[in-house]
Write a protein that binds this ligand. Structure first.
Ligand code: NAP
Length: 510
């Protein structure tokens, strides 16, 4: 905006930049996307000069990078920290938004860009008695800034998604006793993390633009360096399949799931990957009963896969206990601990690794009113509806960055965010140069788009009835079950570009 000569004000609820990487400071927090990919590409000097230390970066290092970017491009002065936007109302007469904050700001703006994040509304389950607990309570997504020391403590971790799976091995190193409360076993693949290989770094930096361009052609906008097999997993013999799975597993990260193109397209194909992962668990966990409990029953990949460092080995430690809450849920939190059925687990601290009200949570916490005072909360009651995940019918001049209906969380988020930011910046420029005051998605284009997003998801196992993922909003009681992100980055970018090439087809410009 500054480069285009326009003024912009940024409101940020946190006291610093970083978003996810500001809030999620839990022990072991680290990115699942490789460092050389999980970084901005808008500035060649920046991507050449910044040096990452590991293949997968830790939260402190990513936060340091984001602060560096903020200062390098002199952005801090435009950001008002510790300020939460409470309401945004569209005024039809002026075609402007009136934005209010919890600090009493009352700002008029032609455009509002909601960059509120997909995983930024922490979800703490409503368990009876939580307020009576005498010890410390944490949520991985709202971790304190001061150091937390679990040395000698008895700790409960509730939740075994990506956050829990990263935190559990590190907390286990400190805690005297660790109880892990597991409702649904997740699939997790080893990260095979280590120091960044200088040769690999040099090779990528020698042609960073080419590397970025190749990644943009991948379904999740990442991983062009991993070779997948072009054939169906069902078309190869047992030895070939085992070899390919083993290779993917050893490479680490998401490479395992990229072994074959149809793992998320049929149950028969998926079962091969699931059986392989379950056999790995049996080989890594000493106690067969614990291995059985840790073995997931759901489709591999229908929930966001987890990536770990030493997760399964942690359950071989004598002071780490797995508590199954799949059939008997956590009943109450007492003054001294966690009660499940007739058993009470006495602990000094409880860590909720229980996830987020994903994709819509933070947007809907703001009272957003569009045309005729209509509330976004009402418009999205039966699930979010958008055009391209960028615009919403009835809410002119409001943009969402990585909104529902865009590939967002199914991609390398940094790439998706930059693609959206470029699209929005170009759009605002277009409106100015063409003398238009507003842009708004048409209800018809929006309905067709939502149908398209759902239609693609229906061709996959992502909305398998046995899978209660946050992609579907199924982790939040009462939230409408609908698959929110769009699968497939490259065709999406093509569509966005095509919309622009046809004078913002599907939008009304006035
Ligand atoms: P999550 O994937 O939603 O996992 C939440 C966990 O808490 C699940 O195991 C869930 O069980 C459990 N849970 C929720 N309520 C419960 C209750 N009342 N009793 C017992 N268990 C309960 O959340 P997350 O681990 O924070 O991860 C969210 C997303 O953030 C990830 O999928 C990923 O996209 C992102 N993330 C990324 C990284 C990374 O890049 N390294 C790290 C962390 C997070 P159920 O499955 O039965 O609901």
């Amino acid at each position: 905006m500054r480069q285009a000569g326009r003024s912009a004000r940024i409101f940020e609820a946190a006291s610093g930049v970083g978003g996810t990487w500001y809030w999620n400071r839990y022990p072991g927090a680290r990115c699942d996307v490789e460092s050389l990919e999980y970084s901005y590409q808008f500035d060649e000097a920046l991507q050449q000069e910044w040096k990452w230390s590991e293949r997968y970066s830790t939260q402190p290092e990513i936060l340091e990078y984001l602060n560096h970017v903020c200062d390098r491009f002199d952005l801090r002065g435009n950001i008002q920290f510790d300020t939460r936007v409470t309401t945004a109302r569209f005024d039809e007469g002026s075609s402007r938004w009136q934005v209010r904050t919890d600090h009493g700001d009352d700002v008029s703006a032609q455009f509002v860009v909601m960059a509120t994040g997909c995983l930024s509304s922490a979800n703490t389950p409503d368990i009876a008695g939580l307020a009576t607990f005498a010890g410390d309570v944490f949520h991985t997504g709202q971790w304190p800034h001061e150091p937390v020391d679990f040395t000698g403590k008895r700790v409960a971790v509730v939740g075994t998604g990506s956050s829990g799976i990263q935190a559990i091995p590190v907390i286990a190193e400190q805690a005297a006793e660790l109880f892990v409360f597991q409702r649904t076993a997740s699939y997790t693949m080893p990260s095979s993390n280590g120091p960044l290989d200088p040769d690999e770094e040099a090779a990528i930096k020698a042609d960073y633009a080419g590397f970025r361009a190749r990644n943009r052609l991948m379904p999740a906008a990442l991983g062009s360096q991993w070779e997948g097999n072009p054939d169906s997993v069902l078309a190869v013999d047992d030895d070939t399949r085992e070899r390919a799975f083993e290779e993917g597993w050893q490479k680490g990260g998401f490479a395992f799931l990229r072994s074959y193109p149809d793992l998320l397209l049929s149950h028969e194909a998926n079962k091969h990957a699931a059986d392989f992962a379950r056999a790995k668990i049996r080989s890594l966990v000493d106690d067969p009963a614990v291995a059985k409990l840790l073995s997931p029953h759901i489709v591999v990949g229908c929930k966001r896969p987890c990536i770990d460092t030493g997760y399964y080995a942690t359950f071989n430690l004598p002071h780490v206990h797995l508590v199954d809450v799949s059939t008997t849920p956590i009943d109450t939190i007492t003054e001294h601990g966690v009660r499940v059925g007739d058993d009470e687990y006495e602990v000094d601290a409880i860590v909720f690794a229980t996830g987020f009200d994903a994709m819509t949570g933070s947007l809907l916490r703001i009272d957003i009113r569009g045309r005729d005072g209509a509330a976004l909360r009402d418009a999205w009651e039966a699930g979010p509806v958008t055009y391209l995940g960028l615009g919403i019918a009835g809410f002119p001049n409001l943009f969402t960055v990585s909104g529902p209906g865009s590939p967002s969380v199914l991609t390398n988020m940094v790439v998706s965010i930059e693609q959206h930011v470029d699209w929005i910046a170009d759009c605002i420029e277009y409106l100015h140069t063409h003398g238009r005051r507003s842009i708004e998605a048409t209800p018809e284009a929006q309905a067709a788009w939502v149908g398209h997003v759902n239609g693609i998801a229906a061709m996959t196992l992502f909305n398998d009835p046995g899978c209660n993922s946050w992609y579907l909003g199924a982790n939040i009681p009462g939230k409408t079950r609908v698959f929110m992100p769009l699968i497939g980055f490259p065709p999406y970018v093509e569509k966005c570009d095509d919309v622009v090439a046809h004078d913002y087809d599907g939008f009304v410009l006035s």
